[in-house]
Design a protein around this ligand. Structure first.
Ligand SMILES: Cc1cc2nc3c(=O)[nH]c(=O)nc-3n(C[C@H](O)[C@H](O)[C@H](O)COP(=O)(O)OP(=O)(O)OC[C@H]3O[C@@H](n4cnc5c(N)ncnc54)[C@H](O)[C@@H]3O)c2cc1C
Length: 485
């Protein structure tokens, strides 16, 4: 890739009060995987006058494990080979640590199997990098969110990524040809019902601190501040699109138990024989082996054996949000048991779930920003003026097809390419060129997101081998000529 030194300059402007203000070319709000990947892509292409800000008081171990699939890895490789290599190395290491739970080594590479309630095999998906590489021209890895964040963060100069900057507001400043970002550094993190992890920094010093506010200025803002995006809220609130300011409940919730201790050996053997066989993870649902009986409303259980041999599960339930309110511990366990009974899950599974320690039970409702447009409820654009939404801020969704971060990397690639063109053509102050670029980004990305969300909410790729192959071709196998115009 050719690296152009596009921007070694610093923008400054003199305000009415004769103060000189620094203006970044791009401020990226959110140092999650997508914000950081965008920053790396811009930096590698010579746009160095950038800053990534994050609300976290300090970068720390949060988040879940993600599967990065061929499309996401391909996009990352286009963005920056070094980032791709770093992620691949950590991800392949993760898979190796997951394999050694029992005495006998696995005969082949680990697989994720899908079985029906009778224990019949519906689908078997090998997890190894090489298997995916052979099929789709790129591999697959699993990586913890925090490791992904750390790996990407380490590829940027440290002064370009700042924690403890919570964005509160973005304001257009046409008089200065820029947009202002108001931030606060404080003790408290706003309660976030949509977050994937506890946002309170419990382990950090809680001595009351002075609230510090700060304003930054940029030619462009890339909002990568996740599903509960503040920037999105600012763009859409008090507009005809206020309904889209916050994420909507998707209709699905995960109820999980991270570990079940004291599982009797006979039960372990039955589960191993009927469901796990050699796999570390099995998805069990009421799907029959014939295609047209798959229903997204049926409970689906992901049962896993951790490397230490302990069992756990995540149950995806189609339940109204109201039925979950305030439920925890044994109430949540009761809800899980009722749902499994109603769906006819076999005794062996219900026996296992009954052993869940109530203190290990958790719930996580899944939210969504719909990408589809309808005539009755037209969607707002993913950009306004100098501000553009990417990743979960634009199209957050439940993780059933493991595409949130993968699609976000595709956004990062498209947006990076288009911003690089703005820089190359010196169009930082050309509103029309900026609007055209962001419109192009959305035209490239929205149809794919609508397709992915349909797959997520209907599960159609799992309905038959033919559909699965078609989906694989469409999502994993395509190249990115379109995204790198
Ligand atoms: C259980 C689960 C499993 C998943 N599995 C997969 C998978 O297998 N594969 C996959 O591709 N995806 C998966 N996902 C989805 C994936 O985690 C998200 O799509 C991805 O993290 C989105 O990245 P992002 O950078 O857009 O947002 P986030 O990861 O949410 O990062 C947003 C960042 O912005 C910061 N921030 C938030 N508000 C502000 C503010 N006001 N000011 C400053 N900073 C702010 C946050 O601190 C955070 O660091 C899964 C999600 C869940 C919940």
């Amino acid at each position: 890739m050719q690296i152009n030194q596009l921007n070694l300059r610093t923008n400054t402007v003199t305000s009415n009060s004769n103060k000189t203000m620094e203006i970044y070319d791009v401020v990226i709000v959110g140092a999650g995987p997508i914000g950081l990947a965008t920053a790396i892509g811009l930096h590698r292409r010579g746009i160095e006058n950038i800053l990534v800000i994050d609300q976290t008081r300090a970068f720390r171990q949060v988040g879940q494990v993600l599967d990065l699939l061929p499309n996401g890895l391909k996009a990352l490789k286009y963005l920056d080979e070094q980032a791709y290599e770093a992620v691949k190395k950590t991800g392949n290491g993760f898979l190796n640590t997951q394999q050694s739970h029992d005495q006998k080594p696995a005969k082949t590479s680990p697989t994720w199997v899908y079985k029906n309630l009778q224990g019949q095999l519906i689908r078997s998906i090998p997890l190894s990098f090489d298997h995916w590489y052979q099929n789709y021209g790129e591999g697959r890895v699993s990586i913890a969110w925090y490791d992904l964040q750390t790996g990407l963060r380490n590829l940027l100069p440290p002064e370009r990524v700042k924690a403890n900057h919570r964005c509160l507001n973005v304001v257009d400043e046409p008089e200065n040809n820029c947009v202002r970002i108001d931030c606060v550094s404080d003790q408290k993190i706003e309660a976030n019902p949509y977050a994937y992890w506890a946002e309170g920094d419990q382990n950090l010093d809680t001595t009351p601190q002075k609230l510090t506010t700060k304003s930054l200025r940029a030619k462009l803002i890339v909002a990568a501040d996740g599903i509960n995006s503040t920037v999105r809220r600012v763009l859409y609130e008090n507009s005809p699109y206020s309904d889209f300011a916050r994420p909507e409940y998707s209709g699905f919730t995960a109820v999980s138990c991270r570990e079940i201790t004291d599982v009797p050996p006979e039960l372990q053997t039955q589960l191993a024989e009927k469901f796990f066989e050699d796999s570390p993870i099995v998805t069990i649902s009421n799907d029959q082996t014939s295609p047209d009986t798959a229903s997204i409303d049926e409970p689906r259980m992901m049962l896993f054996r951790r490397p230490d041999g302990l069992l756990g599960y995540i149950l995806h339930l189609a339940v109204p949000l109201a039925s979950l309110q305030e439920k925890s511990g044994s109430d949540l366990l009761d809800l899980a048991m009722q749902q499994l009974e109603k769906a006819g899950f076999p005794d062996v599974i219900r026996e296992l779930v009954r052993l869940s320690p109530p203190s290990n039970m958790q719930q996580r409702p899944y939210y969504i920003h719909h990408a589809t447009t309808s005539d009755t409820k037209p969607q707002p654009a993913w950009s306004k003026g100098r501000v553009v939404l990417v990743g979960d801020a634009a199209h957050g969704m439940p993780p059933f097809m493991a595409q949130g971060a993968n699609q976000g990397f595709e956004d990062a690639l498209a947006v990076t390419t288009l911003i690089t063109q703005i820089a190359e053509t010196k169009n930082w102050d050309n509103q029309e060129a900026i609007a055209t670029a962001f419109e192009k980004y959305e035209n490239l990305r929205r149809p794919m997101m609508a397709y992915i969300q349909r797959a997520t909410l209907t599960k159609f790729p799992h309905s038959s081998d033919a559909e699965w192959n078609k989906y694989g071709k469409q999502v994993y196998h395509r190249n990115f000529d379109q995204l790198t115009p």
